[in-house]
Design a protein around this ligand. Structure first.
Ligand code: URA
Length: 241
């Protein structure tokens, strides 16, 4: 494979920019400076560095991040730091978060450069389960559970899809509740809007699972790790080839 194609494919720049950088002597292969944009490399065998940063070439990468509050689920933002800034030991410029958690929501976020898997997991047709833990201001009732199971009017054209609401604990003194909720879709601020519709307020929200992927509770907020091969395979299990 041509070195300029490899680097452009990893989004280090446009093909023209990369060619210029190669000619300027910014790229080494197996420690030796090369200046030919058509220089042939074997990604699995050769060690390539760009501006002296070693490039680890695997086609796709998958990270499980425990998102802390205060970070936005995007690759760029003008106001908040992005979740991408938490991934400090990868130089891949083509990673992105799969779906969005609100800036104050914590928990499981998959970060990858696999557009096909992202599309599959987020497709409204697939109804991939998303499980959240939440603290609620207000006493959640069995009637709320029934309402959520029927679908809630949150001001959109159609009510929400049936959601499973489990009451974990209720504290009558502080009038607060802890719940687990399973959604099969991902509308903007969905859980907050569902509780608003029944007169309550979400005060803390954390995603604990998406499809087969479960938050690794040993990751501190802001911590991340590669998915295991088993986790990746399980996520892709029903993906069309
Ligand atoms: N529902 C919300 O209200 N916020 C999130 O971040 C995710 C689901």
């Amino acid at each position: 494979m041509r070195i300029d194609k490899l680097l452009a494919g990893l989004n280090f720049g446009t093909r023209t920019e990369i060619k210029k950088d190669i000619r300027a002597g910014l790229v080494k292969v197996n420690g030796i400076l090369i200046r030919q944009p058509d220089y042939q490399v074997t990604p699995a065998k050769d060690t390539v560095s760009y501006r002296d940063i070693p490039i680890i070439y695997t086609e796709y990468e998958y990270y499980l991040l425990n998102k802390p509050a205060g970070y936005v689920s995007a690759t760029r933002d003008n106001v908040y730091p992005t979740v991408m800034e938490l991934l400090t030991d990868t130089v891949r410029p083509d990673l992105f978060p799969v779906g969005r958690l609100d800036v104050d929501t914590e928990g499981l976020l998959l970060i990858t450069n696999d557009g096909q898997l992202s599309h599959f997991l987020l497709s409204p047709k697939r109804h991939v389960d998303k499980v959240y833990f939440a603290r609620i201001a207000g006493l959640v009732t069995p009637e709320d559970t029934a309402t959520f199971l029927e679908g809630v009017d949150i001001g959109e054209a159609a009510p929400t899809l049936p959601a499973k609401l489990e009451i974990l604990s209720i504290d009558a003194d502080s009038a607060t509740s802890e719940i687990r909720i399973t959604l099969h879709e991902g509308k903007f601020h969905q859980i907050k809007r569902m509780f608003q519709a029944v007169g309550k307020e979400v005060t803390y929200l954390k995603r604990i699972a998406m499809g087969s992927l479960v938050l690794d509770e040993s990751l501190p907020p802001g911590g991340y790790r590669h998915l295991t091969a088993e986790e990746t395979a399980a996520l892709k299990e029903h993906m069309p080839l």
